[in-house]
Design a protein around this ligand. Structure first.
Ligand SMILES: NC(=O)CC(=O)C(=O)O
Length: 282
């Protein structure tokens, strides 16, 4: 699989309100702004739950079926208009009776080329800090997912999926060079784990790892950590947003992946005679 230098833009989107039409308009404006930047990104990324407030009670209200989704229509048209690859963060998706937290991906021609339904639902309870139960309304995805571009193979996950190293390992063993997870950590887990988990998944697998968060909004029901980030295969943070709305750009250089793997050759030193390969059969 080809791996060539490319430029990534992460849109740490702000102003995510209760009004879906406004959210879609703002997301579209920011995609056009990222694409028009003199840095000319090859791939643009939006955050988790970019078209609706984040919270399990909101998911049924904002959920759309992919075939009729106004969010999908906007994202497809924006990818085509900007002639850029686009990872459309995630949206609440309805499929029959089930709801999912779903990421959709578009080619520069505007074709929907991949989807990823959040596999690990965000169900946590840290007394006095945060309780969240996505499983009250969402169902979990059941597949691992990646897509191919002319510059790299890219593995997908959403937010809480990052806490499960198996998912990243499977993507890496399937030949992904870059793992991109739209996400929305919070003010309890963000400072503790957001960077740590990305650097861990990057160094475990000697891949680039990127996340894209909503901007922090203390008037919203859920306070996102922000700090959208790109990490290289040696676990160095290449770029990091602050908390507010911002677009950050990163150059992905395949030489960094090659030198990490040549210098510390864990990819050829694994002991599948001692422990199983989690990517077996995937
Ligand atoms: N929001 C999430 O899915 C995950 C998260 O905030 C965390 O793992 O912490």
């Amino acid at each position: 699989m080809v791996f060539k230098p490319f430029r990534l833009a992460l849109i740490q989107l702000g102003n995510i309100t209760a009004n879906k039409t406004d959210n879609l308009k703002h997301a579209r404006d920011m995609i056009l702004k990222a694409a028009a930047n003199s840095k000319k990104p090859d791939l643009i990324v939006l955050p988790e739950c970019f078209n609706s407030p984040y919270g399990h009670k909101h998911f049924p209200v904002y959920a759309e079926t992919i075939a009729e989704s106004e969010s999908v229509k906007m994202l497809s048209a924006a990818a085509k208009e900007t002639n850029t690859w686009l990872i459309g963060g995630s949206i609440p998706e309805r499929d029959g009776e089930q709801l999912y937290n779903t990421c959709t991906v578009y080619s520069p021609q505007g074709d929907l080329v991949a989807t990823h339904r959040k596999v690990h639902l965000f169900d946590i309870d840290i007394p006095g800090k945060i309780t969240f139960k996505e499983s009250e309304t969402l169902s979990p995805g059941t597949t691992t997912n990646y897509f191919d571009t002319e510059f790299a193979r890219i593995g997908l996950g959403i937010c809480y999926d990052i806490r499960f190293p198996e998912l990243s390992m499977i993507s890496a063993r399937q030949g992904c060079h870059v793992l991109i997870y739209p996400g929305a950590f919070n003010l309890t887990t963000g400072p503790l784990h957001w960077e740590l988990l990305q650097r861990s998944r990057a160094v475990d697998n000697q891949v680039f790892f990127a996340t894209c968060s909503p901007a922090r909004d203390l008037t919203a029901g859920y306070h996102a950590w922000g700090h959208s980030m790109v990490v290289d295969p040696m676990a160095k943070v290449l770029v990091e947003a602050a908390e507010a709305e911002e677009i950050v750009f990163a150059d992905i250089d395949p030489a960094l992946l090659e030198s990490a793997r040549a210098g510390i050759p864990v990819t050829t030193q694994r002991r599948f005679d001692v422990y199983p390969d989690v990517s077996e059969g995937k």
